[in-house]
Design a protein around this ligand. Structure first.
Ligand code: NIG
Ligand code: FE
Length: 456
């Protein structure tokens, strides 16, 4: 696939993006010039080296990136040497003065649900604690009641509306968990809704089964009975449905213990689901260590993870998916130790954790702002964590998360002059254009306005 310097491409591009002030390729290989095969997430100092090309350009054909480089070089390789593209059919995006990034990969969301929980947010303003609200039958259990009574079409419609908002904020691939049904029918319906939304919407949805999100009311006081039910009835049905790729568990004090979480994840593995884990979000109970023991794809949250847990994740190659918007919404100061994780060699990713209770944001730019201002990640590290490393954390490291020849043409144009400026558009959406698999699905409106519209 690689186009050598000076070599003309065989066919004109469908789409050319030119003159990006900075184009961050986020390629898998640290010394890649836009052509290497993906070989893994970035760790340590390599997270800060995101392959920035100045006056950058991208050529796209049939939804795939066919060339990346300096604008002059990419145009010189266009057939017939037309100054902006060889064919009238070639669409051109002029990104002068702006920054181009891979489309964001939101590696942890609870996308599909019904109902609202704004009253709980107000209760927390008055001092109520998240786990106390859950223990009193609210929280996840409140969303469970509304989701159980929602139809498939209502769940799909809700998911589609949220995917529109995510796309407008630059997200082109998203992970979505079930876990608001906690019975067979509703868990399968949530997964089905995610699949239908994915088929109907430009954003790709990657599904995770999270039947162990809380103990449903039918099993109050009987966690072993619920785990028996998950193992004997729900997991076989999920495998048979064939949509979910991962199995997740809320490993937390008062929810599922380390022993119970181990049982859930091992059972999921028997049904072909790769393990992920909500680990050490509030209390350090050993979730990171369990993720390492099981060689989980990722451990997520980790705000309270132990140092030993972090080092064990580095050794076991478990990605850390950090969710600073959750800490922000819970008004906690205990953000995850991103710097310690990067120094320890853990592949750090970022995600919104979008859900109705602890993280109502769908904006990856906001998460990048929090990652920098609250966890002291550099802007380049945060971009790497929100793209390439996030793609690896959801099993899409070979297709998404980088502007690289042979990958899906998923990229965004941000109205900032440099990557370093990105975290500082606080409370403002910097995303102006979104290209998903070669289609220009979000476009800026003329006159220098900030409005975007989607061509869905
Ligand atoms: O990641 N912590 C567990 N699950 C979600 C919250 C879900 C909810 O409160 O509805 C989270 O924060
Ligand atoms: Fe979550």
């Amino acid at each position: 696939m690689h186009v050598a310097a000076g070599q003309v491409r065989e066919q004109p591009s469908d789409l050319l993006l030119i003159h990006a002030a900075e184009l961050a390729t986020c390629c898998s290989s640290p010394r890649c010039d836009g052509c290497s095969d993906g070989d893994g997430p970035r760790r340590g100092a390599a997270m800060g080296d995101i392959g920035i090309i100045r006056d950058g350009a991208i050529a796209v054909r049939s939804g795939v990136i066919v060339d990346v480089g300096n604008t002059q070089d990419v145009l010189a390789r266009e057939p017939s040497g037309n100054s902006v593209g060889a064919s009238d059919a070639t669409q051109v995006i002029d990104a002068s003065g702006r920054t181009v990034l891979p489309g964001f990969v939101d590696a942890h969301t609870h996308l599909v649900f019904a109902g609202e929980r704004y009253r709980e947010h107000v209760m927390r303003l008055g001092g109520a604690k998240y786990l106390d609200i859950l223990a009193a039958g609210g929280g996840i259990l409140s969303t469970l009641t509304s989701t159980r009574s929602a139809s498939l079409s209502a769940l799909v419609a809700g998911a589609m509306k949220r995917l529109d908002i995510m796309l407008l904020h630059g997200t082109t691939t998203v992970e979505a968990k079930s876990g608001y049904g906690l019975d067979i029918d509703t868990e399968l319906r949530q997964l089905e809704a995610a699949e239908r939304a994915s088929q109907a919407h430009p954003v790709d949805v990657v599904s995770t089964f999270m039947g162990a999100h809380a103990l449903p009311p039918e099993f109050t006081g009987d966690p072993q009975g619920y785990l028996d039910f998950l193992e004997s009835a729900v997991l076989p049905a999920v495998e048979n449905q064939g949509i979910a790729e991962f199995c997740d568990v809320f490993c937390e004090e008062g929810v599922f213990s380390v022993e119970q979480s181990r049982r859930v994840l091992l059972a999921g593995m028997k049904h072909g689901l790769r393990p992920k884990i909500h680990a050490d979000e509030i209390f350090p109970i050993g979730g990171a260590e369990l993720a390492s023991e099981l060689a989980a794809v990722s451990a997520d949250h980790l705000a309270a993870a132990s140092q030993e847990g972090i080092h064990s994740m580095a050794r076991a190659g478990v990605a850390a998916v950090l969710l600073p918007a959750t800490m922000f919404t819970l008004m906690s100061e205990a953000y995850a130790d991103a710097r310690g994780m990067i120094d320890a060699g853990v592949a750090v990713a970022l995600a919104t954790d979008f859900n109705p209770g602890t993280s109502p944001t769908m904006s990856m730019p906001f998460v990048i702002t929090l990652a920098c201002l609250q966890m002291k990640m550099t802007p380049a590290e945060a971009v790497c964590a929100a793209t390439l490393n996030a793609a690896w954390a959801i099993g899409r490291g070979d297709r998404a998360g980088a502007i690289q020849v042979g990958r899906d043409a998923d990229f965004i144009v941000c109205d900032v002059p440099a990557v370093d400026a990105l975290p500082f558009s606080v409370g403002v959406n910097p995303v102006r254009d979104v290209v998903k698999r070669g289609a220009h699905v979000v476009t800026s409106v003329g006159g220098g306005g900030r409005l975007c519209h989607s061509r869905i």
